[in-house]
Design a protein around this ligand. Sequence first.
Ligand SMILES: Nc1ncnc2c1ncn2[C@@H]1O[C@H](COP(=O)(O)OP(=O)(O)OP(=O)(O)O)[C@@H](O)[C@H]1O
Length: 251
Amino acid sequence: MQTLIEINRLNLFYSAFHALKNVSMKIPEKAITAFIGPSGCGKSTLLRTLNRMNDMIPGTRIEGEIAISGTDIYSGDVDVETLRKKVGMVFQQPNPFPKSIYDNIAYGPRLHGIRDRKVLDEIVETSLRSAVLWDEVKDHLKRSAFSLSGGQQQRLCIARALAVNPDILLMDEATSALDPISTLKIEELVQELKDRYTIVMVTHNMHQAARVSNQTVFFLNGEVIEYDETEKLFSTPSDQRTEDYISGRFG
Ligand SMILES: Nc1ncnc2c1ncn2[C@@H]1O[C@H](COP(=O)(O)OP(=O)(O)OP(=O)(O)O)[C@@H](O)[C@H]1O
């Protein structure tokens, strides 16, 4: 598999607190990479570095390099808005805007200057289809996004992220607030999306990582202990600490 994201000796500090320690890894293109590890080990922090969401947290300092398609995203000439268009994000709690279903999806494209109604209609339909939500909402596009169930809202947020045509989709525990059936739907959706997008997901659920991802990264106390093909990491991990974690001996 081709590498899309390359992280090299990354260190991240929240003021004096050293949250990521010398992290290096390669994230393959058009595949699903899962971050696992106990609470507070740095999974979300690393995820947020990939579209520079940590820039918004005062006191955050970064050393090292993250290259996407060979470009260092922390170098001076990178435009953060363009980066975030290419690297979309979905959060733990579905967070639709207080707008209609249609306007949630059209929001990003409009922000990027698309005004033509026909073009917007097409983007709305394609994005909702990609998020396997179209059939459920096509007759009520003017309704508030809040009229949808939690699982539907999360698929709407995925559709909203897809509407600006990203290459990468970051998912931060995107199913942990959902019921098992909605979770399964999102897992199936993610499997479909991986043919077109590079997906990086943080999950607390090891079974989910094992079911869904191609590559798994195990974190402990801000360090990457190991990363490998998911099947290999869960069947024959190389580090005793990974073995202990996946067999439930700690964490
Ligand atoms: N904005 C912040 N300011 C200071 N410390 C932070 C901040 N965000 C996270 N941390 C600390 O950095 C460490 C890593 O946090 P992070 O949220 O990345 O872990 P995580 O593995 O995603 O945890 P969880 O699984 O509980 O979400 C934790 O010790 C956390 O308290």
